[in-house]
Design a protein around this ligand. Sequence first.
Ligand code: GLY
Length: 429
Amino acid sequence: MRVLVVGGGGREHALVWKIAQSRHVNQIYCAPGNAGISKLAECINIKPTDISGLANFAAAQKVDLTVIGPEAPLIAGIVDRFEARGLPAFGPATDPARIEGSKAFAKELMVRYGIPTADYELCSDANTAHETVARWFRRPEVAERGLVVKADGLAAGKGVTVAGTEAEAHGAVDEMMVRKVYGAAGDRVIIEQRLIGEEVSIMAITDGDFIVPLPPSQDHKRVGDGDTGPNTGGMGAYSPVPIVPDDIAERARELVLKPAVAAIRDLGIPYKGVLYAGLIITDEGLKTLEFNCRFGDPETQAVLPLLESDLLEIMDASVNGRLDEVDVTCARGSSACVVAASGGYPGAYETGKLIQGLDRAAQAEGCLVFHAGTREANGQFLTDGGRVLGVTATGPDLRRAVSRAYAGMKQISFEGMHYRNDIAGRALS
Ligand code: GLY
């Protein structure tokens, strides 16, 4: 098969790495890819949001399957546009992708189909949102815990404020609805109950009927050790997650994924591709924080090395509605991914810094290096983004996976490099 992977981050490097092992693959393209991906795939300079450009390329190169990494092209309708041209693409169509594209859509769907989630109110103007915040803060549990303000639309991984005080909540409303920091994504906001508990992500592959959850993983969103500092795209992940119930994937399938897939089917279009459920285990049981319509990053860098089956076969089966016919098995061990970022990230950062030690890291026991923001110039690897790369290691247990990942990461250096030192820390303590 000839495969095109859309995207250029660590997630896409992990996807390309896994697809390259398929017995069905004979050519991989990646748009736009990165310096690491270019060792496994032919990188082409087309942006993930240039849907016409991607479709023209896929048609000209007779691509058999296009795999879309990021959410933006999915929500913009890439799968529908490819299908209209007879080009198979792995991922949900535009309507189902609203499960990530609109938090209001996702919340309404969860309430209607009995999917456990936090209480919320949707506000369509700033006055109503301020009134709602003030009313909610008169409740003792909100005064004590705070609440969450979420922009309805896609805000590039941002647009969610956990407000500990009423003043912070009003500030978040103003930021989203008055100052329009996230543009039209903040036209409507959700005021939501703040839940406390251990978070876990379940990425499942579905063909709109059959649902296959991959091993659970846990992301580390804050930039600093001990979950301090601002939110990032994700500074590391590990899998599976021993601090949540062993049957979490099964419970997620029954309580969250099955009803969500049924809800989308009731809208008239099957949900195909990856359905990612962000969950939290509270004192009142499992609740759903969010859905994503694609693989998580860095979760994918941690989870795919545990997948023993042929990913391309699984994706092809998802597109063709025969996921029940393929084998999906995962290794019994653990894996951990540590992400290294540019100095200043998630704020402003410089690029073009020389990256050293990549070969030594790749040779370290159990280690894989997945590039994210990198480029190659004159045979050297340079930084080219906020999150620069991830080192994933597998091992017979989580402790060994984590210590191997850090041993690999210690081989790498670039000016300004920083990474968290406590990936999987709570699980190991
Ligand atoms: N790591 C979180 C995400 O991919 O959305």
